[in-house]
Design a binder for this molecule. Structure first.
Ligand code: NDP
Ligand code: 13P
Length: 364
């Protein structure tokens, strides 16, 4: 496991509790020593006892060279330089799994794409894991589920079998794009929810933003080739609910501080852990522009983050920019599914299948 922060350490515990032999890599020797000798990571997971079988090192070569599967959980913007150091030590058969929920600034690449490019390995050797997975709850062994995705179903299953135990259940799918974008985009909606919380708006505002946020997430991901069902599953809706409603979420917390009037610089200083949403706003908007998808919520989050929109003026789900909208498109824009019908289509297909008594292939 590369990265011994809150999620890396928790996922290491999931794997060890599922019977795997886990070696954590921490860039700081004191963190590695504490995990190895005291079975604790007090900075990130206070009061959590880690499995005695879990070991740790700050020597990257030692961590990577014998591994069958390498999991990566560092801030997204630091992935590429880390992989440059990993590459010489990786076996030719090793599977690499991203646990991260961000896109790379500058390139707009998803983490699985950065892994493929930087390590020069085939997509069949890459998987991603995502879902409603607030680290601290899972470290306390509260039951939850996730999705492991790879273009190779066999790879996804291999990884999912390891990431399963009495409190953690991994499902599989082959929609890597949808699974990764679900995790990236829910962070941005969670920042929006944090902002309205900080301002002091109530449940109606938040429910509207969450619902419209899911449409925005689905439109964006489907335009990039994702399956709409993925966005209404654990890696989309599931994670959206968990992140938007939990004070444990760092993205939600960052949004709340912005809503309370703190500047981005002040928020970043206060956050001791990774809030991926703040770094993903710009690259996601660039990708949306390129592919022609409207993202009014993310757009307004970006303006609040930049300090050009008062947090109390955030109401992205209510805005209608009449002057910029050609008359002919008005009715389409005002339809709840923006005329694309991605979410509605997914639910309709599920309902049809239910009515026909047919069983859907197991995805997530
Ligand atoms: N926490 C959660 O609940 C979940 C997080 N995730 C995702 O997991 C990823 C990691 O998040 P999380 O573990 O929470 O973040 P944390 O901030 O808790 O930990 C980050 C880890 O990365 C290390 N790190 C930071 N910079 C570098 C670098 N330049 N090179 C190598 N290692 C570095 C840190 O080391 P150091 O301590 O020395 O700074 C630390 O071990 C994110 O993409 C996040 O979205 C996904 C699901 C749940
Ligand atoms: O991804 C997460 C929950 O699934 C963690 O969310 P935060 O990064 O906002 O804490």
């Amino acid at each position: 496991m590369l990265g011994a922060g809150s999620w890396g350490t928790t996922f290491g515990k999931i794997l060890a509790d599922g019977g795997s032999q886990v070696t954590m890599w921490a860039r700081r020797d004191d963190v590695a020593t504490q995990i190895r000798e005291r079975h604790r990571n007090s900075e990130y997971l206070p009061n959590i006892a880690l499995p005695a079988s879990m070991t740790a090192t700050s020597d990257l070569r030692h961590a990577v060279s014998g591994a069958d599967v390498v999991f990566v959980s560092v801030p997204s913007q630091t992935l590429r330089p880390l992989l440059a150091d990993v590459k010489p030590h990786l076996k030719t058969t090793t599977i690499v799994v991203s646990l991260m929920k961000g896109v790379e600034k500058g390139t707009g690449l998803r983490m699985s794409q950065v892994i493929a490019e930087a390590l020069e390995i085939a997509p069949e050797r890459i998987a991603v894991a995502s879902g409603p997975n607030l680290a601290v709850e899972i470290a306390r062994e509260q039951p939850t589920a996730a999705v492991v995705s790879s273009v190779s179903l066999e790879t996804a299953q291999k990884v999912a079998r390891r990431a399963r135990n009495g409190y953690f259940r991994s499902f599989v799918n082959t929609d890597v794009t949808g699974t990764e974008f679900g995790g990236v985009l829910k962070n941005l909606i969670a920042v929006a929810i944090g902002i309205v919380d900080g301002v002091g708006y109530g449940e109606n505002t938040k429910a509207s933003i969450i619902t419209r946020g899911l449409v925005e997430m689905t439109d964006f991901a489907v335009a990039h080739g994702a399956q709409p069902e993925t966005l209404s599953g654990l890696a989309g809706l599931g994670d959206l609910i968990a992140t938007c409603q939990s004070p444990l979420s760092r993205n939600n917390t960052a949004g709340r501080l912005l809503g309370e009037g703190y500047s981005l610089t002040a928020v970043t200083k206060q956050m001791q852990q990774t809030a991926e949403g703040l770094a993903s706003v710009a690259p996601v908007l660039e990708l949306a522009k390129k592919i022609g998808v409207d993202m009014p919520i993310v757009e307004q989050v970006s303006r609040v983050v930049a300090g050009t929109l008062e947090p109390r003026d955030i109401a992205p789900h209510l805005t209608t920019d009449e002057s910029d909208t050609p008359q002919g498109e008005r009715t389409q824009d005002d339809r709840e599914d923006d005329g694309r019908g991605a979410v509605r289509g997914a639910f309709k297909r599920a309902l049809d299948q239910f009515r026909n008594g047919g069983r859907r292939p197991r995805r997530d």
